[in-house]
Design a protein around this ligand. Sequence first.
Ligand SMILES: [Zn+2]
Length: 180
Amino acid sequence: MVCEKCNTEISTGLKFCTKCGSKLLEGAPGKGLVKVTGILFIVFGVFGLSSSISNAISNVFVFGDLPEFSLSRSLMIIFMGLRIAGSILYIIVGVLGIKYCKYTEKGKLFKCFAIIVIIHIIVSSIVSILFSQALSTDLGHDTNLLTTIIGVIAWSLFGSILPVLYLIGAQKKINTLRGN
Ligand SMILES: [Zn+2]
C-alpha cells in the first residue's frame, strides 16, 4: 500500500508509515464511490456547460418578448448564470473527486463540495419556480403553480442523487478518520 501523506510504498500489515510516521488507512474507504460520481459530475458538467451556454445565446433572442425591466427577464438572467456556474462547479467537483478519491483526509473537502452542490440545486429550483411564475405574469400566460413546483421538486430530487452519493463517499472517509 501507499502512504496517503508522502506517497511512499509501504509493505502491507504495517500501521504507520515507515518514512513520515503517519497512520496508514487500509483500502481507501469511499474511493470507488467518489471516483465514479466524480466521473459523472464531469460528464454532466461538460454537457450542462455546453447546453447552458447555447441556451443563454438563444435566450438573448427570447429577451425581445420580455418587458425590459421585468422580473421575468432578471430571473432568466439569474437562472442562466446559475446554470453556467453550476456546470463549472460540477466539473471542479468531478476533477477533485477523481484526483483525490484515494485520500481519506480529503473527506471533509468532498463533503463541503457535495453540500455546495445541494445548496446550488435548491437555489436553482427556487429561482426556476419564481421565473416560471414571473414569466406567466409578464407574458399573460396561465400556468399552474402546483404543477411547476412538483416538476421542479422531482427534477431536483433526481439531480440530488449524484451529490448525495458523493456525500456518502465523503462521509465514509470522515468516519474512517474518526474511527482511527
Ligand atoms: Zn508517509
